[in-house]
Design a protein around this ligand. Structure first.
Ligand code: SAH
Length: 251
């Protein structure tokens, strides 16, 4: 299971919306009432669809609020997002963190990429229900979309959570980033340990680790490391390699 879903302390027995609002405030991210209403609907739809398809391991609204929504919001502790930020979430799954970024920063155009069509169907349903515009789903393997000139080097911020080890993720994600833009890898407590083995991938693909932001999720929900990679040079045309190769033979 994703590192984000590993067992940790039990969450307080309080309504999910309260945990989310207080937890976000503790991280320095105030949430507006309309925004909280959207997250509540997100939780409901996710639990509902989860009965038919496996979208997340947990259906407890408090776990969804803290381990998925609040965890996704931690992006804003590492990067800023505004109307000029073109965002891509690689391996978005049930929309984490990409759809949460869209809800918190609705002016930013967001693309949600995943290779599983049914997950994108859920996200299309959800964006309709939430009345969001400027959000696009992209059904593709990252290795293929990263070679497509409609997407290659077109984003100022690329994010990924729980998709692959950093050295693999860099090959999947950096091709999408414009020179000067950033890739944000959302990692668990041992994220720092992935930086050393990624050194070769960084130099080949044109990235540089700008900083690693350590943080603790509120309510004892776990330690996180947000790795911000700045793109310094264009990625050579040979990357990403064929589907599956980045995982099988990591740089
Ligand atoms: N980011 C979400 C989902 C993580 S699960 C979260 O944190 O909850 C990993 C997701 O990445 C899955 O939905 C899987 O379909 C997708 N994925 C894995 N490798 C991929 C690839 N090469 N291209 C596109 N999507 C990929």
């Amino acid at each position: 299971m994703a590192e984000q879903e590993q067992a940790s302390e039990a969450l307080p027995e309080r309504p999910a919306a309260e945990l989310l609002q207080e937890g976000a405030a503790a991280l320095g991210i105030p949430l507006a009432p309309e925004e909280l209403a959207r997250y509540a609907r997100y939780e409901q739809e996710l639990s509902d669809w989860n009965q038919r398809m496996n979208l997340t391991a947990t259906t407890d609204p408090r776990e969804i609020a803290v381990k998925h929504i609040l965890d996704s919001l931690t992006c804003f502790c590492a990067v800023s997002v505004d109307a000029g930020t073109r965002v891509l979430d690689v391996g978005t799954g049930a929309g984490f963190p990409g759809l949460v970024i869209k809800i918190h920063a609705p002016d930013a155009p967001v693309v949600l990429l995943d290779s599983t069509r049914k997950k994108l169907q859920f996200l299309e349903h959800l964006t309709g229900v939430l009345g969001l515009s400027g959000v696009e789903t992209l059904h593709a393997r990252a290795e293929e979309a990263g070679r497509d000139r409609r997407y290659r080097e077109r984003f100022t911020l690329v994010v990924a959570r729980a998709v692959a080890a950093l050295r693999v993720l860099l090959e999947l994600c950096l091709p999408f980033v414009r020179v000067g833009g950033a890739f944000l890898a959302m990692k668990g407590p041992r994220g720092d340990e992935e930086v050393g083995p990624a050194r070769h991938a960084l130099s080949v693909l044109g990235g540089e680790v700008e900083r690693v932001v350590p943080l603790s999720l509120p309510f004892g929900a776990g330690e996180r490391r947000l790795i911000v990679v700045r793109k310094r040079r264009p990625t050579p045309p040979a990357y990403p390699r064929q589907v599956g190769t980045p995982t099988r033979k990591p740089l």
